[in-house]
Write a protein that binds this ligand. Structure first.
Ligand code: 5GP
Length: 189
């Protein structure tokens, strides 16, 4: 029988660079896939339906919650975000390893529900760097940035719950470190 794929949770505060880390991991590892989340937040210019997210209305998302369609879901910055369960299970059953790039509340839920998941916290070199990156990326308005900065304090305090903490100071070093973790964890299966 084919081995099941491994489930990797990559998480950390907004602005820490987890999106960039995940994109690089996916481009360098053909055997790794990203779980595409559903969200009620408005699409940004860089978003593509079904690629970056499935964009849902609030009632649509709430219906999916009722139907138990998510492995986990969370409210972040007044919007819902969730991991669709059936697509994830399908990939894992096909032997494909999957990354969930999700915020911290959702990651903690996955750790409880799926003890087999490998959780990786991407940490900033220091808090000042994180806030500078968050303000500098220009994708959110001032109010949203402020909310994300506030959330980051609690998010950083949760890092000890993760299997691994990787500091994203140099992108390439962080990605190599995660690739090593993934290789070791796949060998443990
Ligand atoms: P953004 O709005 O910047 O795309 O994402 C906001 C936060 O939501 C990020 O930290 C991102 O990782 C997280 N996120 C994306 N998809 C999911 C999901 O399915 N579940 C949870 N809990 N968080 C998610």
């Amino acid at each position: 029988m084919k081995n099941k794929g491994r489930l990797f949770v990559i998480s950390g505060p907004s602005g820490v660079g987890k999106g960039t880390v995940c994109r690089m991991l996916l481009s360098r590892n053909d055997d790794l896939k990203l779980s595409v989340s559903a969200t009620t937040r408005a699409p940004r210019s860089e978003d593509t339906e079904g690629v970056t997210y499935y964009f849902k209305s609030k009632p649509e998302f709430e219906k999916m919650i009722e139907e138990s369609a998510f492995l986990e879901w969370a409210v972040y910055n007044n919007n819902y975000y969730g991991t669709p369960l059936s697509a994830l299970e399908e990939k894992l059953n096909q032997g494909i390893s999957v990354i969930l790039e999700i915020e911290v509340q959702g990651a903690l839920k996955v750790m409880q529900k799926r003890p087999d998941a490998v959780s990786i916290f991407i940490a900033p070199p220091d808090e000042q760097t994180l806030f500078k990156r968050l303000k500098g990326r220009g994708t959110e308005g001032d109010e949203e940035i402020l909310r994300r900065v506030k959330a980051a304090g609690w998010e950083l305090s949760q890092k000890e719950h993760y299997d691994y903490i990787v500091v994203n100071d140099d992108l390439d070093t962080a990605v190599c470190e995660i690739e090593k973790i993934m290789k070791d964890e796949k060998e443990k299966m």
